[in-house]
Design a binder for this molecule. Structure first.
Ligand SMILES: NC(=O)c1ccc[n+]([C@@H]2O[C@H](COP(=O)([O-])OP(=O)(O)OC[C@H]3O[C@@H](n4cnc5c(N)ncnc54)[C@H](OP(=O)(O)O)[C@@H]3O)[C@@H](O)[C@H]2O)c1
Length: 285
């Protein structure tokens, strides 16, 4: 567990649920994760699986207060629609509050991000969420948010893996008291083969661990929250055990230095989710 800036405790390892749309697969993965000790689940309105995550949590009989649930607003939208979507998220997850709610992608227009952030701040003030944050925000998006924000984001969830260690962004987020959450830790399979696997396999051998565990332990050692996705019971277990691994600082440096600065997900500055159709037509950009 690590503390967010406001004192809320957040488990360092969570289960990612992106692309687990099948109800049984999703309920099994979340149920199994909770059974073996995960207490942090990452979902999003965009994943269309909040209802299955909610059902699995309800069936697990684990006390809601023990579980840290993150979700993300699908896209920027007018206030009334955003309120409705948030209420649906709560209903789907069978809860009356979220632990962390994130803006999923920055808009290319800073005023849109600022408008959405005001809604997020109101949710926080009403105690409907224990923490609010952003995702896929570059430093400049955060600085733009500050022009009108009353509350700084508590976390930023970004693409982060051995191919993209995000050293500069992480340093900036640390200086602002914003926690970093890594998504896509396995680089869409890229860490298991070729250039990255060579270094990681070497370190894995030394620690009697797997490549997946080394990647997770590398993130944890850097103070980053890790949310690997798996729908396979054995891998869900394997990934969770990474919390007990302690890497040497030389291992961490080696992984950092193996980076070729490679994104395997979407570039936030050019993402299709940065366009807010309602807003764009209103402003005729
Ligand atoms: N904020 C954002 O914009 C954003 C974007 C992408 C992702 N995310 C979040 O971050 C989470 C993680 O990212 P991701 O799902 O894209 O990718 P990921 O966690 O890097 O990789 C998932 C893939 O790795 C496999 N895998 C898992 N554990 C493994 C292991 N121990 N050994 C070998 N293979 C393993 C999984 O297969 P099996 O499932 O078959 O085991 C799956 O194919 C997502 O689920 C989501 O919650 C957020």
């Amino acid at each position: 567990m690590r503390k967010l800036r406001n004192g809320v405790m957040m488990p360092e390892i969570g289960l990612g649920t992106f692309r687990i749309k099948d109800p049984d697969t999703c309920m099994n993965a979340v149920g199994h994760a909770l059974k073996i000790g995960y207490r942090h689940i990452d979902t999003a309105q965009m994943y269309q699986n909040e209802a299955f995550v909610g059902e699995a949590i309800a069936l697990s009989k684990v006390d809601r207060k023990e579980i840290f649930i993150t979700s993300k607003q699908r896209h920027h939208m007018p206030l009334e629609d955003a309120k409705k979507a948030f209420e649906e998220t709560l209903e789907n997850l069978q809860t009356d509050y979220l632990d962390l709610f994130l803006i999923h992608w920055p808009n290319h227009d800073k005023e849109v991000n600022q408008e959405t952030w005001r809604f997020f701040e109101s949710l926080y003030e009403q105690k409907k969420v224990r923490a609010i944050g952003v995702s896929n925000f570059q430093r400049h998006h955060i600085m733009d948010l500050y022009e009108t924000a009353h509350i700084k984001p508590f976390a930023n969830q970004v693409e982060l893996h051995p191919g993209l260690p995000q050293l500069a962004l992480k340093r900036y987020l640390d200086s602002e008291g914003i926690m970093t959450i890594s998504y896509g830790p396995f680089m869409k399979g890229g860490v298991f083969e070729g250039h990255y696997a060579e270094t990681l396999r070497d370190i894995a051998r030394k620690h009697h661990a797997t490549i997946a565990q080394i990647v997770i332990a590398w993130g944890l050692a850097r103070g980053i929250f890790m949310i690997p996705k798996s729908a396979t019971d054995k891998r869900i277990e394997e990934n969770f055990k990474a919390k007990d691994l302690v890497l040497d600082s030389s291992d961490i440096m080696r992984i950092n230095e193996s980076s070729r600065g490679q994104r395997v997900y979407t570039d936030p500055d050019n993402s299709p989710w940065g366009i807010y159709k309602h807003y764009e037509t209103k402003k005729s950009v």
